[in-house]
Design a binder for this molecule. Structure first.
Ligand code: PLP
Length: 386
């Protein structure tokens, strides 16, 4: 893999000192104390003792059985503990899967805008890529006809992200089925980055996990997002294809020996408390989306969005006289962070768009700071636009 600069590097530099965070994409962060309290409250003393007394040897390649059993509980009958590979976070899972599946003789299909690793991991693995542009006019939806038209004889891999970062939108069941049919007909693996799955604002909108849905499907998941456990650094891939699973474990061998046992135990604690944590986090998210609804309505002269239906993120259009990059720089000077369009594409695409995050309980304070900024600048924007 040749050196490539992370698109978020500049954003991190610009927002180094911003107390009002509207750029995080995770749900309310967990604390270690909370995990222990929740475990003891449900009488799970054993897991707390394991956490305090576990031996610091290597864990098995691909993750320990007790964690993989817990993860398998999130899927249907096609996925058992033997179908799961545990990683230190989803980022490394995305790159490892690409390295295991494609090389310089292969072609992959990806989508933009998107999280950089989702769209670039196959490129980093040496694959030729076709990047399909998504747009707000179609609600950021993937058009299966465009996918079909992009297929080449050596297309082996397709990677998308549902629910979709940066917009918090979801594809329809029909599109998911269409994409699976296209992939099946052409022998293509689908990796669906599902790191925001389980955070559908209305549970009825939830799509089947790709690992359950397609025998060449792979679901990528992390504790970082729905459960707010970024610091646990545990993610996983789920898949039915056991030959592929072995290739992925072999590929991971060259990147990391194993996940930390302390992290694995914290992951088990988190998943056992999943119902409580997800319900609490969705309550915060629904509350914050309602505030953003009011914001978009009140300042519709300057902001519009495809309303998000999942995750803790939305992609907003700024209709004022600044690009999202310039807006981001001005906001940072006022202590507010957002994620401009350049974080999600290396093309000059949708330069008016920025991502806003709303997963945390303190988000309303940051939104108040944004509202103050808008109130202070709207006159000036109006005069520049006229
Ligand atoms: C779409 C998407 N995939 C993967 C990741 C990486 O997750 P992790 O924190 O587990 O490395 C992120 C993190 O922001 C993400 O937004």
């Amino acid at each position: 893999m040749t050196y490539r600069e992370p698109w978020s590097k500049k954003h991190k530099r610009v927002t180094a000192n911003t107390p009002f965070n509207l750029s995080n994409s995770f749900a309310e962060p967990l604390t270690s104390d909370e995990l222990i309290r929740l475990s003891l409250e449900r009488g799970d003393k054993d897991i707390v003792e394991q956490y305090q007394h576990h031996i610091l040897t290597y864990t098995p390649n691909g993750g320990s059985l007790d964690l993989r059993e817990e993860i398998a509980g999130l899927y249907g009958p096609a996925i058992g503990p033997e179908n799961i590979v545990v990683f230190p976070g989803a980022q490394v899972a995305l790159q490892t899967a690409a390295n295991a599946i494609v090389d310089e003789n292969c072609h992959s299909i990806v989508f933009t805008p998107a999280y950089q690793s989702v769209q670039q991991a196959p490129l980093h693995a040496g694959s030729e890529i076709t990047k399909i542009r998504l747009d707000p006019e179609s609600g950021w939806q993937i058009d299966p006809d465009q996918v079909e038209a992009a297929i080449k004889p050596n297309t082996k891999y397709m990677v998308f992200n549902e629910p979709f970062n940066p917009a918090g939108t979801l594809m329809s069941h029909k599109s998911q089925a269409c994409l699976k049919d296209i992939a099946e007909k052409n022998g293509i693996y689908i990796l669906s980055d599902e790191v925001y799955r389980l955070l559908e604002h209305d549970e009825k909108d939830r799509l089947p996990a790709m690992a359950d849905f397609y025998d060449k499907g792979i679901s990528a998941v992390t504790l970082s997002k729905p459960w707010g456990g970024c610091g646990i650094t545990i993610g996983w891939l789920a898949m039915q294809d056991l030959d592929l699973k072995q290739k992925i474990i072999d590929t991971m061998y060259f990147a990391t020996a194993c996940p930390s046992r302390a992290s694995e135990i914290q992951a088990i604690m988190t998943l056992r408390a999943s119902d409580y944590i997800l319900e609490r986090n969705l309550k915060i998210i629904r509350h914050n989306v309602a505030l953003l609804d009011q914001f978009v309505e009140k300042y519709r002269e300057f902001f519009e969005w495809v309303r998000p239906v999942a995750g803790a993120i939305a992609y907003m259009k700024f209709k004022g006289p600044l690009s999202s990059e310039e807006l981001g720089e001005q906001l940072a000077e006022h202590g507010i962070s957002i994620k401009p369009a350049y974080v999600f594409s290396d093309e000059k695409l949708y330069t008016d768009y920025f991502r806003i995050g709303y997963g945390e309980a303190i988000m309303p304070k940051a939104l108040d700071a944004l509202i103050r900024f808008v109130e202070d600048h709207q006159k000036e924007w109006r005069s520049q636009l006229s």
